[in-house]
Design a protein around this ligand. Structure first.
Ligand SMILES: CC(C)(COP(=O)(O)OP(=O)(O)OC[C@H]1O[C@@H](n2cnc3c(N)ncnc32)[C@H](O)[C@@H]1OP(=O)(O)O)[C@@H](O)C(=O)NCCC(=O)NCCS
Length: 194
C-alpha cells in the first residue's frame, strides 16, 4: 500500500536534516500540523491552539535549533517535521541521564500513514546514537491514542507521566502526558532512506 502510493506519487518520500532555506516553510507546516492535530478535538479554552502556534512557532524560536530538526519532503515540499533537543531536562522517570528528548513530531494530515513517522524515528535514532546518546525520551498527550500507539510500535515504553501546560491571557491549556523512553541501539536505526 505504502509502496503503491509512493509509486503513484512518482516522487520519493524523504526525511532529511532541515536547512536554513527550510526555515519559513517549516514554520508554516508546524503551525498547520499542530492546529490540525489539536483544534478538531475541541481543546479548551477555544482559540488557545491558534494562540499557541502563533506565539511558539516563530523564526526566533526555530532558528537557533534548526540544525536539530528533520523535515519530511514530498516532491520537494515539506510535509512534516521532528526534532531532537539535548537541552531539555531529562525526567527522573527516564532513569538515564544520557537520554535525549525527541521533541514534536508532526505530519500534515494528508501525509500520515505512509511510513514517514517511522523514517523520522530511524533518522532521529541514528542521529542520537551518532552523538553518543544511549536513550531517547518523549512526552505525549495520553488522549492522543494514535500517537501513543505509534511510539509503542517504534519500541517506546511508558515510564512515567508529566503535565504540560500553556498559559495565555489568564487561561490555561493543560495536557496530562505519558513520558515514554527507548534504549537506543543499532536496531533502532532502521534502514530507511534518509
Ligand atoms: C503519529 C504520526 C507521527 C505517525 O506517523 P505516520 O507516518 O502516520 O506513521 P507510519 O506510517 O510511519 O506508521 C508506523 C507504524 O505505526 C503505526 N501507526 C501509525 N499511526 C498509528 C495510529 N494512529 N494508530 C495505530 N498505529 C499507528 C502504523 O500502523 C505502523 O505500524 P507497522 O509498522 O507495524 O505497520 C503521524 O500520524 C502524525 O503526525 N499524527 C498527527 C500529529 C501527532 O499526533 N503527533 C504526535 C505528537 S506526540
Amino acid at each position: 500500500m505504502k509502496r503503491h502510493l509512493e509509486h503513484t506519487l512518482s516522487t520519493p518520500l524523504t526525511v532529511e536534516l532541515a536547512q536554513t532555506q527550510d526555515l519559513d516553510e517549516l514554520l508554516v507546516v508546524a503551525r498547520q500540523a499542530f492546529t490540525e492535530t489539536y483544534e478538531p478535538i475541541g481543546v479548551k479554552p477555544a482559540g488557545i491552539v491558534r494562540r499557541y502556534v502563533e506565539e511558539t512557532f516563530t523564526r526566533e524560536w526555530l532558528l537557533p535549533q534548526l540544525g536539530d530538526y528533520f523535515v519530511a519532503k514530498v516532491g520537494g515540499k515539506i510535509v512534516g517535521f521532528a526534532g531532537l533537543d539535548a537541552r531539555t531536562e531529562v525526567p527522573v522517570s527516564v532513569a538515564d541521564s544520557n537520554a535525549i528528548y525527541f521533541s514534536g513530531l508532526y505530519l500534515l494530515q494528508g501525509f500520515q500513514g505512509l511510513g514517514l513517522g517511522r523514517k523520522f524515528f530511524e533518522a532521529r535514532s541514528r542521529h542520537a546514537l551518532a552523538r553518543g546518546f544511549t536513550s531517547a525520551w518523549l512526552s505525549v498527550w495520553r488522549l492522543n491514542a494514535g500517537a501513543v500507539e505509534f511510539h509503542r510500535r517504534m519500541g517506546f515504553e511508558v515510564v512515567g507521566e508529566q503535565e504540560w501546560r500553556y498559559e495565555a491571557d489568564g487561561e490555561t491549556w493543560i495536557c496530562e502526558d505519558w513520558v515514554m523512553r527507548i534504549r537506543l541501539d543499532a536496531s533502532s536505526q532502521g534502514s530507511a532512506f534518509v
